[in-house]
Structures are given as structure tokens and as C-alpha cells.
Design a binder for this molecule. Sequence first.
Ligand SMILES: Nc1ncnc2c1ncn2[C@@H]1O[C@H](COP(=O)(O)OP(=O)(O)O)[C@@H](O)[C@H]1O
Ligand SMILES: Nc1ncnc2c1ncn2[C@@H]1O[C@H](COP(=O)(O)OP(=O)(O)O)[C@@H](O)[C@H]1O
Ligand code: SF4
Ligand SMILES: [Mg+2]
Ligand SMILES: [Mg+2]
Lengths: 264, 264
Amino acid sequence: RTKRIAIYGKGGIGKSTTVANVAASFVNEGKSVMVIGCDPKADTTRTLCGKRLPTILNTIKNKKNPELSDIIFMGYENVLCTESGGPEPGVGCAGRGVIVAMKLLDKLGVFTENDFDVIIYDVLGDVVCGGFAVPLKEDFADEVYIVSSGEYMSLYAANNISKGIKKLKGNLSGIICNCKWINNEKTIVNSFAKKIGTEVIGIINRSELIQSSELEAKTVVEKYPDSQESNNYSKVAKSIWNNEFVSSLNPMNDEEFESFFKDY
Amino acid sequence: RTKRIAIYGKGGIGKSTTVANVAASFVNEGKSVMVIGCDPKADTTRTLCGKRLPTILNTIKNKKNPELSDIIFMGYENVLCTESGGPEPGVGCAGRGVIVAMKLLDKLGVFTENDFDVIIYDVLGDVVCGGFAVPLKEDFADEVYIVSSGEYMSLYAANNISKGIKKLKGNLSGIICNCKWINNEKTIVNSFAKKIGTEVIGIINRSELIQSSELEAKTVVEKYPDSQESNNYSKVAKSIWNNEFVSSLNPMNDEEFESFFKDY
Ligand SMILES: Nc1ncnc2c1ncn2[C@@H]1O[C@H](COP(=O)(O)OP(=O)(O)O)[C@@H](O)[C@H]1O
Ligand SMILES: Nc1ncnc2c1ncn2[C@@H]1O[C@H](COP(=O)(O)OP(=O)(O)O)[C@@H](O)[C@H]1O
Ligand code: SF4
Ligand SMILES: [Mg+2]
Ligand SMILES: [Mg+2]
């Protein structure tokens, strides 16, 4: 059955880069994959499709009843891609795009009439509310992964997201460490994961190659398929695919988090 | 009359550090200041009060009709401090704390029965919606400043916030560049400001001293009053106090922002 995963994390931490490269790794293994961008930045699928896609929210403004071909696009190795989009800042809930998108995809039978091996949601994680909580609470994703570095801000957000996952009875299947070459980074992220009752499922090192591929609107998996970076994403994809981890999630309260970080 | 300013910016960019140190500079000049934290992280006032304050949202849970002394606390040189707080992640709008806090402060006459020289709001800026849009749209702040570095993510957020300010008919009075020693950083932020119709009102350099003071729950203005850093915040405070800039705000759309950043 379909592996349905949601990727959360602080804005700018590397969710979209991770999602796009992991999706590319999955399709290279012959799996059928759909990627659903749930960040108002709407740029998850840019490196898979070679350009920024029109968003579902914007498409609906001009065409009340869009068809699948208006909102879903084929990218690298036939990965299917779509972007929820977000409203204009200051106008209603920032997560409204996700709510509208999920309704439409559901109505158009995307979730029932297709037999994807993997569906990946890329979700804004700076706040856990409104539309951004939808992949957690409704029947859209079975596993959640948080992308984090070893930085205070990133782990604070990860702890916050974990509180939301626990509240909404989701399953935190693991943390993907998107490293920034900080002192002791892997140690910090590993002990953070252990402390809240999950595990680190993969480690991605910061690399110029990943960024330079992105400048050409390509994943490093596509542009440099034999690179260490590409192999690394392939390892992460395999770990996710084989992951059977069910967390007994126990996020820290504010004081616990402060004292956890003080030790580092 | 009271100078009422709201500080916005991407999470982790340095809003709280800037707000606390600017507030400390103002009270050193003999001004009466109130600081209102509007970030669920509720840590704006920690360096002014030497510890984390109880939040308004949490106080209301236990005491239906709090008095001023339950929610407002005196910090460094008599600066008045309060924290809105935020709900548990996954439970309702993350900005709900701000809405509840503003209602209560209003009801308790804080805004009418006091003659502050300055009121400063520190507001989460990763999304511009719900409670986080309140200081922009309702009669709480007259000027908005955005804290930003020269990084893509930070300027993207600044541009997003500017769209919200424009939509809600607010006044973007300037950008405070909280530098991270990036190549060409001041040039990038200056031309970004110019492009969207505002100006850089102050420049703060990244400094170990600012962070080490924070570890002791103090502003650098309090801990190292004769330092270059302290003098710098004092300059920023004076620029804000004397600022008469009214923006003709013209945020970039997504394509414009991409091409703007490509040039750097
Ligand atoms: N492992 C990595 N190595 C180098 N750059 C990275 C890596 N992961 C992310 N980045 C870069 O960091 C920036 C933010 O990443 P992005 O995936 O857009 O974050 P998010 O989706 O969480 O907001 C992008 O410019 C991206 O190229
Ligand atoms: N100018 C600066 N120099 C050094 N460290 C800074 C500076 N500004 C902010 N920081 C540090 O960056 C981190 C995030 O700053 P903070 O003010 O909490 O961000 P925000 O309130 O925008 O989320 C803090 O650890 C803070 O000490
Ligand atoms: S629920 Fe969250 S995303 Fe929606 S308006 Fe509130 S803060 Fe914004
Ligand atoms: Mg993204
Ligand atoms: Mg803050």
C-alpha cells in the first residue's frame, strides 16, 4: 500500500531540497511518486519540474473547477507534482492553500484512483496550525519526518512540531538531520531525537553541489547521479522506505528544552 | 505622543534580541518603554527581566480575570514587559495568544491610561495571518520595522511581510539589518529596501558579546554598556526615535524577487 509521508521543519531548514531529492531517488528505484507542496513558498517541485509550477490556489481563482491536468504536472522520471500555494499575506489563514488543495485533490480522486508507491507532503513547520496541521490530523499522511539541523532554532521548531504531532495523534517516524557543519551536530540531533522518543533516520551533509544543482532547477540526484550527495539521498530514501519505527513521542516542555540545549 | 512600533521578521533572525536591546537603549535615555512579546516563543523579555515571564495566555487559563500585576512585569531600568504566549501546537491558531493578549491589555486600560514614550511589539513574521497580523491592522502600532539579514530566506520573509503590511495599510518605516557577515550583505539589504520603497534604518553586526550577554539573560546594553555593540543599539534606537519615513510600499512579486536575488 502507499507510503504516505509528511515532511515538516523550520522554514529554510531544507525540507524542499530533501523532499525533491528523496523523491528523485525513489523514482530512480522505479517507484511511482507524487510530491505535494504544502508551503506557501510553493517551490518544493521546482527542481523536479525545472520551473515553478502554478499553484492550486491561484488556478482556482481563474478556473472554478480545474481538471487534474491544470494542477498536477509531471517532472523528473514521471514524478507527479503539485503545489498548494498560499493566499496573499495578510489575507486570511496562511494555511488556507493547503486546505483548498487537499479538498480538490480528494474530490478529483487523486488519493483513491491512483496507486502511488509514495506520496510526500512538504509542509511549512514554523507554526503548527490551520492548514499546516491538516496533513497531521486528517487522513493524508501516516508517517511524519522532521528535517532539522543541530541549531537551537531548528531543534526548537522540531520540538514544537513534535508537540503538534502528539496532540494530533500523528506518528513521528524520524528526524532527518540536514547538517550545517556545527560542532557536535550529529551528537546533538541524535540525543534530541532520543530524548523526545524518536530516532535519526538519515543524515545529509551541507554541500555546494546540492545548491549549485538547485540554481539550475535540478536535484543533485538528477544532475550528479554518481556523486556522494546523490548516494546519500538514496540511502535516506531507502531508510524511509524500510522504516518501521513507531514513536512513543514525548516532546520536551520549555524548561526541559532549555536545559537540554544548555548541555551543549 | 506615544511612539508605537511593531518589529517583524523571519523566525530566528534576531527580532527579540533587537527589541530588547533597543528598549534598553531607550530607557537609558530616560524614556518610558513597554515591550509586548507577540511570538509564541515568549522570550522577547527574558533579557530585560532576567528570566522567562509567565505568558498572558497561560495566566488566563488559571485566573479568568487577571490583574495588571499578573501579566505585566518590570524589567531593566523600569521597562514594562509582557508576553502574549501561544496555544499548544496543533490546538487552534498559533496567533491566538496575541489576540487574547491585545484584548486583555486593552480592557485593562494599558493603552489609554499610560503615557509611554515607546511601545514595542515583537511579532512572529514567518506567516502574516491570524493573531500575527493584529499589530498591523488594528490600532496598536503606527510604524513597522522588519529585521533582516542579507540571506535569501530572510529577505523572502521580509518581502512577504511587506505584502502583508501593504495589504493591511500599515507603514513600513524601515529595515533593520541584523548582519551575518555575508558577502555584500549591506549592499543587498540596501538595494532590497530601496526596491520595495523603504530604507535601512539601522545596521547591527553579528557579535559574540550580544550572544554571551543573552546566555546570562541580559542585554548587551546592560552587561557591556560601553561596548561598540551597546553604542550601536543606541544609534539604532535614536534613528527609530527620529524616524519620519513614510514608505510608498511596493513589495516584489515572486518573479521580481527571484530575479532581484539572482543579481547577487
Ligand atoms: N544539504 C544541503 N546542502 C546545501 N544546501 C542546502 C542543503 N539543504 C538545503 N540547502 C539550501 O538551503 C536553502 C533552503 O532550503 P529549502 O529546501 O528551500 O528549505 P525549506 O523548504 O525548509 O524552506 C536552499 O537554498 C537550499 O539549496
Ligand atoms: N547581532 C547579533 N549578534 C549575535 N547574535 C545574535 C544577534 N542577533 C541575534 N542573535 C542571536 O540569534 C538568535 C536568534 O535571535 P532572536 O532575537 O531570538 O530571534 P527571533 O526573535 O527573530 O526569533 C539568538 O541566539 C540571538 O542571541
Ligand atoms: S491558524 Fe496558523 S496559519 Fe492560520 S491564521 Fe492562525 S497562525 Fe495563521
Ligand atoms: Mg520549502
Ligand atoms: Mg523572538
